[in-house]
Design a protein around this ligand. Structure first.
Ligand code: GTP
Ligand code: MG
Length: 197
């Protein structure tokens, strides 16, 4: 799919302030600093579209981007950010869960996982929660440029093994890099296919 336009629409925490749910929507979620905002920029080939930072906790709101005037990409705040206060984390849980559980035009959630790490409980728990609620999700392993593909593949296999304890069917996955756009066109192809359904 060609990206003809990519525009920031709005940032919110309130469900009733989100854009009307009239177009297909795809949300990026994962631990703070895993590379959600960077991957949105790489996929859309718009460097400053989503705000990125070396410091975890950069994205704090639900950010909607309108792509090709036809569908939304959504950048969400990360989970597991240790410096956030307990109250903030509880708040995060509330509004993100409300969004994930009730957004009617949400086609699929992309769960981003750092490909350099062995399976982390926080990511597995998050996948389990999505599965439990029947929310479709795809695994996106990030930062592939930071290590050999062999090492990434080993971590992907371990992650699948861990998920296999809970899921009969393991969700599809992509290995990506925001640095060299590895996997970005494959993610766009998937979105295109879902949009056409
Ligand atoms: P929060 O908004 O805080 O939850 O973080 P995020 O998941 O949006 O991460 P962000 O995109 O801001 O990236 C975090 C850091 O990782 C930044 O310094 C990015 O430059 C770096 N980064 C993200 N993706 C990649 C990648 O694929 N390769 C490399 N080498 N660095 C990356
Ligand atoms: Mg971010």
């Amino acid at each position: 799919m060609m990206i003809k336009s990519a525009e920031f629409v709005c940032s919110n925490t309130k469900m009733d302030k989100l854009p009307p749910p009239l177009l297909p929507e795809y949300a990026f979620i994962g631990r703070s600093n895993v590379g959600k905002s960077s991957l949105i920029n790489a996929i859309t080939q718009r460097k400053g579209l989503a705000k990125t930072s070396q410091t975890p906790g950069k994205t704090q709101l639900i950010n909607h981007f309108l792509i090709n005037k036809d569908w939304y990409l959504v950048d969400l705040p990360g989970y597991g950010y240790a410096k956030t206060s307990r109250d903030n984390r509880a708040e995060w849980g509330k509004f993100i869960k409300k969004y994930l559980f009730s957004r009617e035009n949400l086609q699929c959630v992309f769960v981003l996982i750092d490909s350099r790490l062995k399976p982390q409980k926080i990511d597995l728990d998050f996948c389990y929660m999505l599965g439990d609620k029947g929310i479709p999700f795809i695994l996106i392993f990030t930062k592939a440029d930071k290590q050999s593909h062999l090492k990434s593949d080993q971590n992907i296999v371990l992650f699948h093994k861990a998920l296999a304890q809970w899921f009969e069917e393991i969700p599809a996955h992509y290995l990506t890099s925001a640095e060299n756009r590895l996997g970005c066109d494959d993610v766009l192809t998937l979105i295109n296919d879902v949009n056409l359904k």
